[in-house]
Structure formats: structure tokens, C-alpha cells
Design a protein around this ligand. Structure first.
Ligand SMILES: [Cu+2]
Length: 136
């Protein structure tokens, strides 16, 4: 009787083990499908030029590129590659947009955009220097 019982237990263990393997095989395609969906949404994000982060080069008295689109919650980093000091100041300076203060040559300034919208900014030292950050 004891041997029979042990044999039954072994069969049950094997069956459960097999079910776990079978179950894990079954559950694998679902996460794959899920990540496939994630991949396609990432592709859509790339196609619409929405990046989590943006980089803007300050050079020759210009912000390059002058307009970028980022995703909400993304940050933008301006790097001053000019030989003179510049700033990055939101045109509407009271809405919580970027306000860098002086960015010395070789220095960078980062700002995280938590709200959607179109943020136009300029250099307070050289008002002709202008740029736009679109946050979607
Ligand atoms: Cu400037």
C-alpha cells in the first residue's frame, strides 16, 4: 500500500510538474504578445518624433534644432558650445518653464517638461536666439 501511495504521489508530482512546464509554455506567448504591442507603440512614438529626452546644441548664436518634440515628462538638455554665455528662458517666464540663468561656454542646462504644450523660449542676452519645445 505504501509503495502504491508513493507511486501515486510521484505520478501527481510529475503531472503537476508537467502542468507547470506546460503552463509556463502557454503563458510565455502572452507576455511576448504584450511586449510586441509595447514595441509597436514605441515605434509609433519614434515615428511621431516624440522622444523622452531632447538635446539642443547652442552654437553660432543659435539653438539647434530650433524646434523639437518630446514626450510629457521628458527632459531637454541645452549645451552651450559657443564661446560666449547664453541663457534659456521661457517666453512666458511665469509659467514654470525653463529659466536657466547663465549657461557659460561648455556648460549644460537641463529642464524636465511635466506639462504638455508648446514652450517658446529665447536667450535673454541675445533675444534673437529663439527656440520651441513641443511637449505631447
Ligand atoms: Cu545668447
Amino acid at each position: 500500500m505504501i509503495k502504491t501511495f508513493i507511486a501515486i504521489v510521484i505520478v501527481i508530482v510529475l503531472a503537476v510538474g508537467g502542468w507547470l512546464v506546460f503552463g509556463s509554455k502557454n503563458s510565455n506567448p502572452n507576455p511576448s504578445t504584450g511586449s510586441g504591442n509595447n514595441n509597436s507603440s514605441q515605434s509609433n512614438t519614434t515615428n511621431s518624433n516624440q522622444a523622452a529626452e531632447g538635446k539642443i546644441n547652442i552654437h553660432n548664436m543659435m539653438f539647434t534644432p530650433s524646434q523639437i518634440t518630446i514626450a510629457k515628462g521628458g527632459s531637454v538638455t541645452w549645451t552651450n558650445n559657443d564661446s560666449i554665455t547664453h541663457t534659456v528662458v521661457d517666453d512666458l517666464s511665469n509659467v514654470g518653464g525653463p529659466n536657466s540663468g547663465d549657461i557659460a561656454p561648455g556648460q549644460s542646462y537641463s529642464f524636465t517638461f511635466e506639462k504638455t504644450g508648446s514652450f517658446q523660449y529665447h536667450c535673454s542676452i541675445h533675444p534673437s536666439m529663439r527656440g520651441t519645445i513641443v511637449v505631447k
